[in-house]
Design a protein around this ligand. Structure first.
Ligand code: MN3
Length: 196
């Protein structure tokens, strides 16, 4: 059985950038629903008992057709959101330092070049999805709750949820304002820790 991880900070910790109401709804309702529906789907397939989340998501094609979509959507939702809470932190933002900064600057010229490219990609996601910084410094997007490891890619260093449920209460339809605010809470220490 998969479980909802606790938020690593209080619901109101991200202050003016992402409200307590959004954090509560997003974590306690949306993420909880992914966990519950994932568990329901897995309950129906006894031979998947004990399989780890990464293992399931990397091998979707082997899953029974009847449950594949539920495991893809809800397993992806659980995977993505479990990381997303950690990619934010009160007092975050600013610029990364060390190896991650070097690699970003090598690829995008400077930090602003990276922010611009990532933001453009995030604004370009049609409907619901995510934007990712991959360990090879490529920026990619996925639809719905798809996640890079489903596509045979490495686990992302950083990801941004651009589903409307992530910002609508605070920013209505203004995804660009949400993205601009989000840069102020990015947890670069956690991003750097994933570079390995
Ligand atoms: Mn979400």
């Amino acid at each position: 059985m998969f479980e909802l991880p606790s938020l690593p900070y209080d619901y109101d910790a991200l202050g003016k950038y992402i409200s307590k109401d959004i954090m509560y709804l997003h974590h306690d309702k949306h993420h909880q629903a992914y966990v519950d529906k994932l568990n329901t789907a897995l309950d129906a397939v006894p031979n998947l008992n004990g399989r780890g989340l990464d293992d399931l998501l990397k091998n979707l094609s082997e899953l029974p057709a009847q449950y594949k979509t539920a495991i893809r959507n809800n397993g992806g939702g659980h995977y993505n959101h479990s990381l997303f809470w950690q990619w934010m932190t009160p007092g975050g933002g600013g610029q990364p330092t060390g190896e991650i900064a070097t690699q970003i600057n090598d690829k995008y010229g400077n930090f602003q070049g990276f922010v611009d490219e990532f933001t453009t990609k995030a604004l370009g996601v049609f409907g619901s999805g995510w934007v990712w910084l991959q360990p090879d410094m490529e920026i990619i997007s996925t639809a719905n709750q798809d996640t890079p490891i489903m596509q045979g890619l490495e686990a992302p260093l950083l990801g941004l949820d651009v589903w409307e449920h992530a910002y609508y209460l605070d920013y209505k339809n203004k995804r660009d304002d949400y993205i601009k605010a989000w840069w102020n809470v990015v947890n670069w220490d956690f991003v750097a820790s994933r570079l390995g």
